[in-house]
Design a protein around this ligand. Sequence first.
Ligand SMILES: Nc1ncnc2c1ncn2[C@@H]1O[C@H](COP(=O)(O)OP(=O)(O)OP(=O)(O)O)[C@@H](O)[C@H]1O
Ligand SMILES: [Mg+2]
Length: 312
Amino acid sequence: MIKVRNLTKLYGTVKAIDNLNFDVKAGEIVGFLGPNGAGKTTTMRILTCFMPATSGDVQVAGFDVFENAYEVKKQIGYLPEVPPLYGEMTVRTYLTYVAKLKQVERSHISQAVNRVIERCHLAEVQNRITGHLSKGYRQRVGLAQALVHDPKLLILDEPTVGLDPKQIIEIRQLIRELSGDHTVLLSTHILPEVAQTCQRIIIINEGKIVAVDTYAELSQQLRKTDKIELHLQKMEGAISKLKAIPGVIEVSAIPNQEHALLVECQVDEAIRNKISKTVVEQNLGLLEMKVQTYSMEDVFLKLTTDEKGTAS
Ligand SMILES: Nc1ncnc2c1ncn2[C@@H]1O[C@H](COP(=O)(O)OP(=O)(O)OP(=O)(O)O)[C@@H](O)[C@H]1O
Ligand SMILES: [Mg+2]
């Protein structure tokens, strides 16, 4: 559905994105994750024909964004960083206006508008002036205008910004419901967002792609060792016995926690079994044993900071 090849954008001398290559398949929900200034909005503006690239190729639904902007725009629903509202229109008038612009058939317009009002939970504000809405409601109207012509592809630039926690859950649910029939590319710097909503993640940092994969794969790749937390009743001899297990790399006390040890070992189930066996055999009184997993934050920080290290 989206094919990006060697895409580069310069703002004057600032290289906002640098030779990007990625694909998004039909029906996928892909998260575009990166810190502030990474180049997410820049990429999305090029994909949606709002701005030309400096070099490279982009195809959306088989159409070239540079040569066939009209066709591309028809396929896309775009929620920009700042929703494009006309302050003096009511929500319903505005959505009707957008539906006409997007060439929804005249006889289907009111049905299409009703559908997005319902989906984006806008019924109670449909007759209010968009300029008077709170930030969260403006964001929902922004999402509704992106959906009104039922596009195949949705490009959402930080769709949950400004929403309250309840709305965030609703919008994520809505985005998940769109998968299958729709293709979604959404940007965010909120890590749980991609873990919960997206099937695949593209991590971008300083204009370059640093990883493309599923969250599970990304955290697996980064996991070179297991870290196991042990909470024991007795500590006598524990460190030396654990260190003696083949495959155990390091055993250390966890600061500020009594009778707690952190065991770092090679990723191997047999070694984990041996650790729990040793603790039981030595009568150390096992209170708790847990494997520390990489959180989304760890994955993100590791990828974005490693890349900085190699680039400088
Ligand atoms: N119109 C512009 N003129 C000059 N530089 C720009 C312009 N727009 C963006 N940039 C620069 O391009 C880089 C990428 O910006 P972009 O807005 O694409 O990042 P982003 O990933 O969307 O960040 P954020 O998470 O803050 O929205 C930044 O260094 C930014 O300062
Ligand atoms: Mg942005």
